[in-house]
Design a protein around this ligand. Sequence first.
Ligand code: HEC
Ligand code: HEC
Ligand code: HEC
Ligand code: HEC
Length: 465
Amino acid sequence: MGRLFGLILGLIGLSSLCSALCSQILPSPKPDLPSSASSTEPYLVGAGSCSASGCHNANGHSGTKGSEYSTWIASDPHAQASSVLGSDRSQKMLARYLGKSANTADPQKEPVCLSCHVFPDPTLNQGSYTGRFSAADGVSCEACHGKASQWVSAHYQESWKTLSSAEKSKFGFVDTKNLAIRTRTCVPCHVGEKEMDVNHDLIAAGHPRLRFEMGSFLANYSSRHWRQTDEIARDPNHSWNIWTTGQVITTKAALELLSYRGNQKTKPWPELSEYNCAACHHSLSGFYGNLPSHGKMLFGTWSNLSGNLPAYSPLNSLWDKKAKEDLGSLTRLMVKIGSHRAEVGSLAEKLAKKLDHGTSHLAPPPSPKEVRTWIEAYEGSIKENKINPNWDQDTQTYIMLRAYFQHARDLKKEVPPNLENHLGELQDDLTSAFQTNTNSILHSPENYDSKLSRKWLQKFGEDLR
Ligand code: HEC
Ligand code: HEC
Ligand code: HEC
Ligand code: HEC
């Protein structure tokens, strides 16, 4: 594209989308749209580059167009993610984790903390950014929307809008409107990846257990700087699709993390955070044993990694017969706690690869009858003692039913009148199991009564009749 043409495009773009103020703060390259991304690696330009009032800092109501920066800086937890590393709590946590004295531990310089609390790149402190980027910003615009050096001065131009998602990605731009791509931006920090790892050592040092589920995290992201109504206008099945997409991408991320944990000999093994916490932790008696107390170790109860998936899981349609056998083997190896490290590593790697093309063929939203059939199948497995659900599993069932309910409501479909009340009551049961738990950092109450499952499944079955 000619330089002059680019300049004209730039001017049109500037007058229509961005105020003159914008151009004053834009870093080089000049505001024209290069015909292809430059061969140098994109780098971070910092949240300050998005904060002109004519760009994303209009200071309007939370979530209004043009006020994305204002919303983020005022109320997004991600804007605090870096400063939280300066707290006493973080310093003590890192010291315990490294086995150092507190005054020599500095989380704000520690790659393992920075990689999730600033940007998913532990080499950040080695200068992969320009002077404009400040680690103090925390998890800012580019952590989700992509390193912006090559697109910051182009993305408000008319010609940018004509580019496909794949073309934009060549500039380092991340298409967060695509639900699979969006979920992939969250999981490195919210599930973990390679050295970005909230393992049992870090949890025991005081870090919250990571328990990510895309649909509920988006729903609880009260300070989001975009509108749910736009999401549903783009895709009427949004509430259902975000749940199914999230399940698949999160499971893939969990398998990749497990494979890394297994293959990397320097990492702790067995990795206790892969198991159901309640197997060893008994909050009421205050006992932390190193052996499972009753029954066997439960593996992968949060992340869908055991071979024992409930009938409703969108993963069922993605695993072929061989993969289901492999999942069974993975579970058997994992419950023989401590051994088989390398086999676990390679099995998990193989299974993660199976989910590579995962989300395009996911099933459409179910009918009430289908949901009822799933529920009854699940209830049947409990009756036959094939599954003894715990808090993790019941919470996942709850989240699935919420997604179903929310989707029906988005489409203004008729929803069984009792379903909402019953979902609310189940939510109360799940949260009150926490309040009786003195050590809520475990995030998985040992004293959750698994008999509750059947009561709720029966009620939901009746509601959906
Ligand atoms: C794999 C990514 C990851 C790593 C590594 C990580 N964190 Fe976190 N941290 C998170 C996420 C995600 C949350 C939010 C937890 C949630 O609500 O799910 C969090 C929460 C926290 C909180 C609680 C914040 C609050 O507002 O309550 C503290 C404190 C914290 N992290 C400190 C640290 C320190 C110190 C380190 C380094 C030793 C560290 N983190 C390493 C991802 C990570
Ligand atoms: C935690 C991830 C995350 C962070 C941090 C983040 N965004 Fe977003 N942003 C999203 C997601 C997800 C969407 C919704 C999908 C979409 O519209 O692209 C979005 C949407 C947007 C939109 C489109 C809004 C609309 O109405 O269409 C803009 C503009 C935007 N973000 C700018 C910013 C700016 C500026 C910052 C930094 C101040 C920022 N974002 C920080 C994830 C993030
Ligand atoms: C660079 C790492 C990173 C990325 C990418 C990221 N997050 Fe976070 N997120 C964090 C950290 C760290 C926290 C904890 C911040 C704190 O409390 O200080 C957090 C907190 C949150 C919270 C608040 C949780 C709570 O318990 O209050 C939500 C919701 C959330 N993130 C959603 C998302 C979503 C959705 C995405 C993807 C679109 C995303 N995040 C991408 C690191 C990240
Ligand atoms: C196989 C048994 C086992 C499993 C499973 C297990 N833990 Fe632990 N946990 C221990 C042992 C043993 C200790 C004490 C030694 C240590 O600090 O590592 C401990 C320590 C802790 C501590 C520190 C307690 C304190 O009083 O200082 C926390 C917090 C914790 N675990 C949380 C969890 C969470 C959350 C999970 C599930 C994700 C989990 N554990 C899974 C055995 C287990």
